[in-house]
Design a protein around this ligand. Sequence first.
Ligand SMILES: Nc1nc2c(ncn2[C@@H]2O[C@H](COP(=O)(O)OP(=O)(O)OP(=O)(O)O)[C@@H](O)[C@H]2O)c(=O)[nH]1
Ligand SMILES: [Mg+2]
Length: 306
Amino acid sequence: MPKKKYRAGTASIIGLPNAGKSTLLNALVGEKLAIVTAKAQTTRTSLNGVWTGAEAQIVFVDTPGIHKSDNVFNQRMMRTVRSAMESIDVLVYVFDATRFVNDEVKQAIDLVKKAEVPAILVLNKIDAVKEKEKLLALIEAFRELHGFAAYIPLSAKKGEGLDELRAAIVEHLPNGPAIYPEDHITEVPSRYLAAEMIRERILILARQEVPHSVAVLVDTWEETSKLTRISATIYVERPGQKSIIVGSGGAMIKAIGTSARLQLEKFFQTKIFLELFVKVKPDWRSQPEFLNELDWRKMVGGESDA
Ligand SMILES: Nc1nc2c(ncn2[C@@H]2O[C@H](COP(=O)(O)OP(=O)(O)OP(=O)(O)O)[C@@H](O)[C@H]2O)c(=O)[nH]1
Ligand SMILES: [Mg+2]
């Protein structure tokens, strides 16, 4: 029997904040590349992760949640989403199936309609949906909004339904050789992944208004045969936020450091020495130059989507 022709292409993952896009990218790729928290607007820029199978290779792109953008920072996030919808083969729209279709969802689907590629609807978080009839009702509601190429219920968190989703995507990929070598996972530089892992720990450990005001940059990265030394700066917008991050007697920054180090050691499979600094940088979210510094595309010398 002749061997099936190899297929390769790109699938961007879009949806409202908190739908589970980053969890899905990680599950599909099998590596924790994108940070995940219970807070909306965790992801700030797109990043890619590659899955290589025997008959196809899919380059997945995780994106920030679709939201109304009323300032420089959020407009930039939405630009990232729109540019991740260009030059792709398939669009994956992720919906949190514990929720209902409202106006916000309808507006997001308008974005899906503008894409010139087939779109697949993912009903995520089915592990948290008790009544399975609800899934059928949701599929009907989405079918009325747009003619999706496939409707796939799954649980990104439990890793259920991933094969079905990959198979549905592969159907729409062009024939062609793999884009990347089979052991290639991502374009994203380690120092950006590390900065994100630190930011994730802060979002999980620090509360109140801090999350949206935090940015993390890795300043130095030194690998020796025994360990990797990483020095990073946590930026906040106001002195009060710095006090929250540092915590009483430095307790919070210590907890963030320990928790981040464990994550980093697990991911990079090496001993890590992590040093953290906290700086106040008022209004950093409206400073394009600083936003460029935070963008991993700039770190690898590529173009920013700004
Ligand atoms: N029960 C359940 N929870 C899930 C599932 N997938 C994701 N979650 C949870 O949903 C929350 C948001 O997940 P993320 O992956 O950060 O969502 P996102 O769409 O990337 O969010 P933004 O980056 O803010 O747009 C987290 O608390 C996840 O653990 C799932 O399949 N089942
Ligand atoms: Mg995300």
